[in-house]
Ligand binder design. Structure first.
Ligand code: GLU
Length: 298
């Protein structure tokens, strides 16, 4: 099967070093395997979208030489596909409506899981009289769910105790990331997911949905996170600096930093952008990517 990877930024702001690491690693892994690399704009969470961010992201990727294949897939144009997946889960009795507010879930939860209170299954058997549906949740069970990450090794979770029945359609009417990502990865025939380790905890939920929906399961590689001096993940919230490409040399400098972060050998100092990318593709080795997050300057 031909390798197909993807980069799936949310247009919440310009690319920063953390997103550059994900883009470069994904691009190199795809190119080194002679595969395709696709771009997907994850703009479902509309309140977080920023005007101009899509153009800025595309422009930065082009300036970095990280060209993508095929048309860009935009999540906000795929509502019918997500609706069909939700309908299939509901028809199979695997998804159900839930009337609980966040406060109610927190009050009723019997345990804390990896992302806060574990939903105790209040609405599993049906909505209480007089209550109406807010969100839709998918049922999980008590079996362990695991996968072999190409960087982190074996990862296992028990969805029932670690997460609980989770939301696939939110109370604000937005399809949840977990559902959208599996629908899109299947639609784009993605064979390889290369992304930041902040999403490691989400992967078992995605594997679960793939199983319920009968979708193929891609391989996974979760990259180390770039942290600031306070050990926070670089993000718009932590005010990470935007990738600023004023001059031609800037692309090379950013790419060199990202390559070093990924544990890859650096090309000769005078290599231009295209030479750098060719060298990095030739020498790409995912085995050299560190499994540990690390602090980066600035
Ligand atoms: N849109 C997500 C982000 O920007 C990435 C999702 C993914 O790669 O699965 O963090």
């Amino acid at each position: 099967m031909t390798y197909r990877g993807r980069f799936a930024p949310s247009p919440t702001g310009p690319l920063h070093f953390g997103s550059l690491v994900a883009a470069l690693a994904g691009w190199l892994d795809a190119r080194a395997c002679g595969g395709q690399w696709l771009l997907r704009i994850e703009d479902l969470d509309t309140p977080r979208n920023r005007p101009g961010a899509v153009d800025a992201i595309c422009h930065t990727l082009e300036r970095l030489g990280l060209c993508w294949d095929e048309a860009v897939r935009v999540q906000s144009l795929q509502h019918e596909a997500y609706r069909a997946a939700l309908d299939a889960l509901v028809a199979a009795g695997q998804a159900y409506p839930c009337s609980c507010t966040r406060t109610e879930v927190a009050a009723a939860a019997l345990r804390t899981g990896i992302e806060g209170p574990v939903y105790p299954g209040t609405c599993r058997g049906g909505l209480a009289p007089g209550r109406s549906a807010r969100a839709w949740r998918v049922r999980v069970d008590d079996r362990a769910i695991g996968f072999d990450d190409r960087i982190r090794g074996r990862i296992t979770q028990h969805l029932e105790t670690d997460v609980g029945d989770f939301v696939v359609h939110r109370a604000d009417g937005i399809f949840a990331y977990q559902l959208a990502v599996v629908v899109d990865d299947a639609a784009q025939r993605v064979t390889d997911v290369v992304r930041g380790a902040d999403l490691l905890d989400s992967t078992p939920r995605q594997l679960w949905l793939q199983r319920l929906l009968g979708l193929p399961v891609p391989r996974h590689a979760h990259l180390p996170l770039a942290l600031n001096a306070q050990r926070q993940k670089l993000s718009k919230q932590t005010l990470a600096a935007a990738i600023d490409l004023q001059q031609d040399d800037d692309a090379v400098a950013w790419l060199r930093r990202a390559l070093a972060f990924l544990g890859q050998p650096l090309p000769p100092i005078d290599a231009g952008r295209d030479e750098l990318l060719a060298y990095a593709t030739h020498h790409w080795s995912i085995a050299r990517v560190p499994a540990r997050d690390s602090i980066v300057e600035g």
